[in-house]
Design a protein around this ligand. Structure first.
Ligand code: ZN
Length: 249
């Protein structure tokens, strides 16, 4: 079975459509949250994803859009964007976002292990970032499955460790790559952000989990950044949200 892995799409329909084109033929989609905010197409992105019936968990921005998460600590651009998103989302999109859970353990008949999905960390699914070995260690403590897929940082990277060993290894995937899922090891994997990469590579980032080959591959693809930027400006959203797409930060 092949899963397409999407995270942090952030209302960027151009990036999503391009990535879905690359993922044609996968059996199921996993979505690690933050479908909305920052970009100009929250309704279109959520409707498009919903139609794919993904296994999905909520991100902090999905919760903020339905007033279920405080935006007091967001930066001013994120606050402005969230207020705009709250105004424009349809009742249908709002209802869908309300159904999302923060953590999911998914069982796949073809994969010998179940796997976990969470946007941030298992301690704090909406807010906490896993970007250091220390944060990964705390997550491994709580993890009950071999593989955990995360989002939130907008960085394509993984943490892994041998089951019987405390030492944690950290690898980044600025330009894609392949992860082999081996027995005796555990993995926390972030396939990066579809709609707002922040690792100085502006290309949309996504993953494919092949349960037969036991691999997770991370891919980068260029999309029409100009079109996404135009829509952001046209919507009256902060200019910096358009500009950052070109720099991948
Ligand atoms: Zn995000």
């Amino acid at each position: 079975m092949r899963f397409g892995i999407l995270s942090d799409i952030h209302s960027n329909l151009e990036a999503l459509e391009t990535v879905l084109g690359e993922l044609r033929g996968v059996d199921r989609f996993l979505c690690l949250g933050d479908m909305v905010d920052y970009g100009a197409n929250p309704n279109e992105v959520v409707e498009r994803l919903k139609a794919l019936d993904p296994v999905v968990v909520s991100g902090n921005h999905d919760l903020a859009a339905i007033e279920a998460y405080t935006i007091a600590y967001f930066n001013p651009y994120a606050q402005q964007s969230c207020q705009w998103t709250r105004k424009v989302i349809t009742p249908e999109v709002r209802s869908y976002l309300k159904t999302l859970e923060p953590v999911k353990v998914f069982n796949s008949a073809e994969f010998p292990d179940s796997f976990t999905l969470v946007h941030g960390s298992l301690d704090d699914p909406a807010s906490e970032y896993i970007v250091t070995e220390k944060e990964a260690a705390a997550c491994f403590e709580k993890l009950t499955t071999r593989v955990c897929f995360i989002g939130h940082s907008h960085h394509a990277e993984m943490f892994f460790k041998a089951e019987e060993n405390w030492q944690i290894f950290h690898e980044r995937f600025y330009d894609g790559g392949e992860i082999k899922i081996n027995d005796g090891y555990r993995y926390i994997i972030n396939c990066g952000s579809v709609g707002q990469p922040r690792d100085r590579n502006p290309r949309a980032s996504f993953g494919i989990f092949d349960t037969e080959k036991r691999t997770v591959t991370i891919h980068r693809v260029m999309y029409s950044i100009k079109d996404a930027q135009k829509k952001i400006l046209h919507a009256g959203l902060p200019r910096t949200l358009a500009e950052r797409l070109a720099y991948g930060k």
